[in-house]
Design a protein around this ligand. Structure first.
Ligand code: PLP
Length: 393
C-alpha cells in the first residue's frame, strides 16, 4: 500500500474547486446547473494583454527567466506599488511566482517551523490554513461576527498573540466576505502588532482594485508605515485583470524574507511562465481602463444580488465593500428546517433542488453562511436567485 506523509494527510483538497467540479459532474449528467462557486472573473483577459503574450511567443520569449521574475515585470511591479500604494521597493524585495497562491505558500515554507502559529481571521480564503499546515505551522483562527462586518477587533488580535506567533494574515477586501478594513481600523490593528517586531504581517491585497465605494484602497502599510520592515504585501494579476489561468502573483517585503522565498521557489518551480510574465507586465503598465470596466459590472451585480438575497425569507446578506462575492447568512433557514442540518447540507440541497452551486461557509471557517460568486452574467444571477427562492419556499 502507498504510505502517504502526515503532511498531505493533514490537509483537504480545495473546497471551492470541489464545488466547481461537482457542478461540472452534474452538468455532464444533463442537469441545468448555474455555477456560482468559482472565484474568478467571467470576463475575457483584455486584448492588449493577450497581444503582448502572443508577441512574446513570436519573439521566442519561451525559455527560462530569472527565478524571481523578469527585470521588466519586476520594474512594472515596483512602479505599480509606487503608483497605487505609495510604497517603495527595490528589485531584491520583489518575488514573482506562479499565482498568488504560490506567493503565500513560499512565505509559509520560508517562515514557519513546526508549531509556529499563524493568525488567520475567519472567514478566510480557504487555502491559508492548509498552506500553513503543509508548512507544519499551526493556524490560529480568529472568529468574527456578521454584526461586526466580519472584522477582527484589536482586542481579539492582542489576545491571540503569544511567543509562538509568527505571522498575522490580513485580507482586505476579503474573500469570501467582500468586506474591507478602513484606514482607522488598520491603524488600530497595527498598533497592536507594533510591540512585536518579529511578527510578520502578510497583507493579501489580491482584490485591491475590486472596490465599490469612494474610499481609495488602503492596506496596513498605508495605516502604519512604521511596520514596513515586518510586512509582506501579496498581490497578483489574477483577479484585477481576469488572468486567473496565467498564474502570475507577486510578493513585496523585507529582502531577507523575499530572498528565502526565492530560494524555495528556485528548488521547486523555478521561474513563473515566461509568456505570462510578459502579459502581466503589459497588464500592470498598460491602460487601467479595463479594470474600471469590470468593477463597474461587479458593482451593478453586487447591488442586485444583495437586494435580491435579502428579499428571501431567512436570508441575511450584508453589503460588501468590494470583490465579486456575497456572503449571505442562511442560519435562519438552517434553524427552521430540521432536514437541513448545516451549511454543507444546505449547499447540497440548493445544488440538487435549485441547480445552483454555492460554497458552504464552513469551508471559510464561518458555518451558517454561503458564498455566492457574482462573477457571472446578470441574467444567470437573476435566474439563480429566483431558483434559490423557489427551492426554499
Ligand atoms: N488570495 C486570495 C484572497 C484569493 O482569493 C486568491 C484566489 O482565489 C488568491 C490569493 C490566489 O490567487 P491566484 O493564485 O489565482 O493568483
Amino acid at each position: 500500500d502507498v504510505q502517504l506523509s502526515n503532511r498531505v494527510n493533514s490537509i483537504k483538497p480545495s473546497p471551492t474547486l470541489a464545488v466547481t467540479n461537482r457542478a461540472a459532474e452534474l452538468r455532464a449528467a444533463g442537469k441545468n446547473i448555474i455555477g456560482l462557486g468559482a472565484g474568478e472573473p467571467d470576463f475575457d483577459t483584455p486584448d492588449h494583454i493577450k497581444a503582448a503574450a502572443i508577441e512574446a511567443i513570436n519573439n521566442g520569449f519561451t525559455k527560462y527567466t530569472a527565478v524571481d521574475g523578469t527585470p521588466g515585470l519586476k520594474k512594472a511591479i515596483i512602479a505599480k506599488f509606487k503608483r497605487d500604494n505609495g510604497l517603495d521597493y527595490e528589485a531584491n524585495q520583489i518575488l514573482v511566482s506562479s499565482g498568488g497562491k504560490q506567493s503565500f505558500f513560499n512565505m509559509a515554507l520560508a517562515l514557519l517551523n513546526e508549531g509556529d502559529e499563524v493568525i488567520i481571521p475567519a472567514p478566510y480564503w480557504v487555502s491559508y490554513p492548509d498552506m500553513v499546515l503543509v508548512a507544519e505551522g499551526q493556524p490560529v483562527i480568529l472568529e468574527t461576527t456578521q454584526e461586526n462586518r466580519f472584522k477582527i477587533t484589536p482586542e481579539q488580535l492582542e489576545a491571540a498573540i503569544n511567543d509562538r506567533t509568527r505571522v498575522v494574515v490580513l485580507n482586505s477586501p476579503s474573500n469570501p466576505s467582500g468586506v474591507a478594513y478602513t484606514l482607522e481600523e488598520l491603524k488600530a490593528l497595527g498598533e497592536v502588532i507594533k510591540p512585536y517586531p518579529d511578527i510578520i504581517i502578510a497583507t493579501d491585497d489580491m482584490y485591491e482594485h475590486i472596490l465599490f465605494g469612494d474610499q481609495p484602497f488602503c492596506n496596513i502599510l498605508n495605516a502604519c508605515p512604521e511596520l514596513y520592515d515586518q510586512t509582506i504585501v501579496l498581490n497578483g494579476v489574477s483577479k484585477a485583470y481576469s488572468m486567473t489561468g496565467w498564474r502570475i502573483g507577486y510578493a513585496a517585503g523585507p529582502a531577507k524574507l523575499i530572498g528565502a522565498m526565492k530560494k524555495i521557489q528556485s528548488q521547486s518551480t523555478s521561474n513563473p511562465n515566461s509568456i505570462a510574465q510578459v502579459a502581466a507586465e503589459a497588464a500592470l503598465n498598460g491602460d487601467q481602463g479595463c479594470v474600471a470596466e469590470m468593477v463597474k459590472a461587479f458593482k451593478a451585480r453586487h447591488d442586485f444580488v444583495v437586494k435580491a438575497l435579502n428579499e428571501i425569507d431567512g436570508v441575511d446578506c450584508i453589503a460588501a465593500d468590494g470583490t465579486f462575492y456575497a456572503f449571505p447568512s442562511f442560519q435562519q433557514v438552517i434553524d427552521s428546517r430540521p432536514e437541513i442540518e448545516d451549511d454543507i447540507a444546505l449547499a447540497e440541497f440548493l445544488l440538487l433542488e435549485a441547480g445552483v452551486a454555492l460554497v458552504p461557509g464552513s469551508a471559510f471557517g464561518t458555518p451558517g453562511n454561503l458564498r455566492l460568486s457574482f462573477a457571472t452574467s446578470m441574467e444567470k444571477l437573476e435566474d439563480a436567485i429566483a431558483r434559490i427562492k423557489k427551492a426554499l419556499q
